[in-house]
Each structure stands twice: as structure tokens, then as C-alpha cells.
Write a new protein. Structure first.
Length: 341
């Protein structure tokens, strides 16, 4: 089965990888006295560009809107480390911060992949019954309420509707989790994305393609992608206030001693040191890494979790009610061994 490598095309993932590789190369060349000092300096600059471009753009954009975000703090801290002569510290800060943003983007991409998988359940066209002898393939978007579509054995149901004629077994496992197919006949409801297993059905459309149960599930999942978990939202608010305090504190720590007659270079050095030490890279990476790990584990188990907010709410669940057998089981026999006669 081919693996999804869309993450390789994500700019933040590529930036994270380049920051790590360039930074490691710079540190290795810096440790070899035989290599000219200009070489590691160029590598460090390249690592700064790779790791800092996204944070710089985001930080300046927020600053133009009158907000001081943690992105700006991380860039200033990395620049401060370079001024202090500790280029490697700045690279590490930018790498960790870019990694946290890449992890968040990857978590969203996982949800986007789940949405794409849902959309694949729905066929792009349907077999419209114009009269008893005339059938025509049409895009599902062209179907109107009251139209009749024919669903042959092995076809997926294109839209929500009501069976007008025919009998069959419909596999609704992709929609309901129910492993056993359900018998459908005249008057029964069928849903877009489900699979017709054996008979031919004529189905009257009851909802347009944009308002099917499947389409509404997709919309809910897409809306949930923008909702952050309470922990993540709290960390974001803390980071914003924290960045403001650290930047203002750094300015005060540099300016006030100078106004009091202290050495200019020593005061600036001390202020930059405090800013570098105070950079919250651990806080920035903690929540995205935890949520991505949990979402990935759930996805590997076949569970679609709409986002970190809903994952976080699982901790408050004490009792789970299951309405029927088959939801958490395969619903079909499986051999476990042989007993020689």
C-alpha cells in the first residue's frame, strides 16, 4: 500500500529539516579548526533563514496589527544568541519552534486526510432514471430533490434518498460503524457513501448532494479543524502575554542600567542573555507534540478524532454506552485454529 508522503511537501516540515541539517553541519565544521571560520558562519546564517522565515513573517504581521506574539520573541532571542556569539543556541531555538509549528500543521493535515477519505466514499456521478427505458449519467450536483437514480450491485449510493423499487443489502459501516449490512426495500432510507451489495435499487433523491449526511459530517470535521483544545488555547494566550513581558523586560533591562550610568555593552549583553534564556521553546512544542501523538495513535486504530479539543474531552468521560452489538466488533466469523479429528 503506498504511503502518504504529503508531509514532505509541507513548507514548515522542509524548513525544520533544513534548519536541523544546516545547523548540525555548522556545528561540525565549527569544531574543526582546519575549516575557515567563514564556512560555519555561512551555514549558521542559512540555518537562521530556514528556521526563522515563517516566525519572522508571522511575528511582523502580528506586530503590524498591534500584537506581540511569541513568534517575534523567538526570532529576537535567536538574533540575540547570534549577537552574543552563540549561534548554535539560536539555531536550536529556531529548530524547536519551527518543529512545533510543523507538528501543528501535520496534525491538521491528518484531519484533512480523514476528510478526503470521507469524500472518496461519495461517487462523482449518478445514473439518472429519466423514464423506464432511458438512463443517463449526470454529476451528483445536478440532481434535484424528487429525481430518481438507479443504484446497481457494487455501486456506492450517490445521494441520500428513499428506495422506490427493488431490494438489496446495504453496507453502512463507513457511516454508522455497523459491520452487518442492512436490508433495504421500498420506503427505506439510504445514505450517500454507503455500498449496495447485491440487488438493483431505484432511489428517489430526498436531499441535494450538498446537504447529505456525509456532506454534513465533512463540514463538521472541517469546522472542528480550526478549534483548538482548551490546553492549546490556554498555552497560546500565555505565550502572547509571556512574549510581551519578556520583550518589554529585555528593553527595560538594557535601557535602565544605561540610564543609571552602567556600561552600555555589559547592559545589552545581560539583557540579551535574559531574553535567550527566557525563550519558551519547551512550552511551544509541548502541546502540539502531545496532541499529534494521540491523534496519530487514534488514526492508526481507525478512529477519526475531529481535533485536539475533542481528544482532550475524553479525559472527562466516565461511562461509554453502546447501543448494539457489532459496532466494536467485526461481525463476521474468523478462524482461530484447527482441531484435528
Amino acid at each position: 500500500m503506498p504511503q502518504d508522503r504529503s508531509w514532505l511537501r509541507d513548507p514548515l516540515t522542509v524548513a525544520t529539516a533544513f534548519t536541523l541539517l544546516l545547523g548540525a553541519a555548522a556545528m561540525l565544521t565549527e569544531a574543526r579548526p582546519s575549516i575557515p571560520a567563514l564556512i560555519p558562519r555561512i551555514l549558521y546564517l542559512a540555518a537562521y533563514v530556514a528556521g526563522g522565515w515563517h516566525a519572522t513573517i508571522t511575528g511582523l504581521s502580528s506586530l503590524r496589527q498591534g500584537r506581540i506574539e511569541v513568534d517575534l520573541l523567538m526570532v529576537l532571542a535567536a538574533l540575540g544568541a547570534a549577537v552574543l556569539g552563540h549561534w548554535e543556541e539560536g539555531v536550536i531555538l529556531l529548530f524547536l519552534f519551527t518543529l512545533s509549528n510543523a507538528l501543528q500543521a501535520l496534525a491538521l493535515d491528518r484531519t484533512r486526510g480523514a476528510v478526503a477519505s470521507l469524500m472518496k466514499l461519495r461517487p462523482d456521478r449518478a445514473l439518472l432514471v429519466e423514464d423506464e427505458d432511458t438512463l443517463r449519467w449526470v454529476p451528483i450536483e445536478d440532481l434535484a430533490v424528487g429525481d430518481v437514480v438507479r443504484i446497481r450491485p457494487g455501486d456506492r449510493v450517490p445521494v441520500d434518498g428513499r428506495v422506490r423499487s427493488g431490494r438489496s443489502w446495504i453496507d453502512e459501516s463507513a457511516m454508522t460503524g455497523e459491520s452487518m449490512p442492512r436490508s433495504k426495500g421500498p420506503g427505506d432510507e439510504v445514505y450517500a457513501g454507503t455500498l449496495n451489495q447485491e440487488g438493483t435499487l431505484d432511489v428517489e433523491v430526498t436531499r441535494p448532494a450538498s446537504d447529505t449526511v456525509l456532506a454534513r459530517i465533512v463540514k463538521v470535521v472541517e469546522q472542528a479543524r480550526s478549534e483548538k483544545a482548551a490546553l492549546q488555547a490556554g498555552i497560546d494566550r500565555f505565550e502572547q502575554r509571556y512574549a510581551q513581558v519578556v520583550i518589554l523586560g529585555t528593553v527595560a533591562l538594557a535601557v535602565l542600567p544605561i540610564l543609571a550610568g552602567a556600561d552600555v555593552q555589559a547592559s545589552i549583553y545581560r539583557a540579551l542573555t535574559v531574553m535567550v534564556v527566557a525563550s519558551p521553546c519547551a512550552v511551544a512544542i509541548a502541546a502540539p507534540a502531545a496532541f499529534l501523538s494521540a491523534l496519530s495513535a487514534a488514526a492508526r486504530s481507525g478512529l477519526l478524532v475531529k481535533g485536539g479539543r475533542y481528544l482532550e474531552q475524553l479525559a472527562d468521560i466516565d461511562i461509554v454506552g453502546v447501543d448494539k452489538r457489532g459496532t466494536f466488533t467485526y461481525g463476521r466469523p474468523r478462524g482461530r485454529g484447527r482441531c484435528p479429528g
